[in-house]
Design a protein around this ligand. Structure first.
Ligand code: GLP
Length: 267
């Protein structure tokens, strides 16, 4: 795994935006996987700024979101449909018919999951999948103890995640119990994964993802088997890591074309 540690969440957003922009600029029809939550908000702000500055355009891009709550209408204040509109899509030039988000209101939830997988395949897979991480190590909404090769499906949230996400709802009772999420197997097929993790609350999960044994107890640890994952983390989230010097050494010794700091470089 490639580990990039930066001082603040803003610094993480800056480099993450450069990584996304590289795909948008260099690929003819980039397919980007998107995440929700608090962590990517600054990244989305940065992408909007780059769009406004004429540095990137999303008119040839396709996006697939990781997950959605079951039973929340797109207009619901906490639906991920609404989150994406309010934090990214309303401000960029992506064609509406190139935006895909799991339909948590579908009459046939199982079929909608199967169709979602088929849509990803029809677009020839995801070039870059943006991920956050839950404090219990979930990616998307793949909770601990689930299959590490699951596909897009309906999942039941753990009480830990319901508690974590209750800050967005009136109380924990209002948090839906069911969600649709890309599976770990789906995520593992993205050609490049970029995990963003910031803040002390994520330190244990980050440690487990990067430096401990691969286990269903920490779903993000499956990314150790991924062909190309970049973890962009702030110092607080990196605080429990034991090999920070090694990560800094690797970054310092990157070849020019491996660096993300120059937008035109980095392969
Ligand atoms: C949610 C989402 C995840 C996200 C995680 C962390 O449960 N389903 O995709 O990564 O929470 O969110 P935050 O960035 O708000 O900590």
């Amino acid at each position: 795994m490639e580990i990039i540690i930066r001082k603040t969440i803003k610094d993480c957003a800056d480099i993450a935006a450069k990584i996304v922009a590289k795909y948008i600029r260099e690929k003819n029809n980039p397919v980007i996987g998107l995440a929700t939550g608090t962590t990517p908000l600054k990244l989305y702000k940065q992408l909007i700024a780059m769009y406004n500055a004429g540095i990137i355009s999303f008119k040839n891009s396709t996006t697939f979101n990781l997950d959605e709550y079951v039973g929340l209408a797109p207009s619901h204040s906490q639906s991920y449909h609404r989150y994406m509109n309010e934090n990214l899509f309303n401000f960029i030039d992506i064609p509406k018919d190139r935006i895909f988000i799991p339909d948590g209101m579908a009459e046939d939830l199982r079929q909608t999951c199967i169709d979602y997988e088929a849509k990803i395949k029809a677009c020839k897979g995801i070039d870059l999948q943006i991920l956050g991480i839950g404090s219990n190590g979930h990616i998307g909404f793949n909770e601990p103890m689930g299959s590490l090769s699951s596909r897009t499906w309906i999942k039941i949230l753990t009480q830990n995640t319901i508690q974590d996400n209750s800050r967005f709802f009136d109380n924990a009772e209002k948090v839906p119990r069911h969600v649709i999420t890309m599976g770990i197997g789906t995520i593992m097929e993205a050609r490049h994964c970029m995990v963003l993790a910031c803040g002390w609350k994520k330190a244990k999960a980050v440690k487990a993802m990067i430096e401990e044994a691969v286990t269903a107890k920490w779903p993000a640890s499956a990314l150790q088997f991924h062909q190309r994952t970049t973890a962009v983390i702030d110092e607080a989230a990196a605080s429990l890591l034991s090999h920070k010097e090694q990560y800094a050494w690797v970054e310092k010794n990157q070849l020019d074309w491996q660096s993300y700091e120059t937008p035109s470089k980095g392969k």
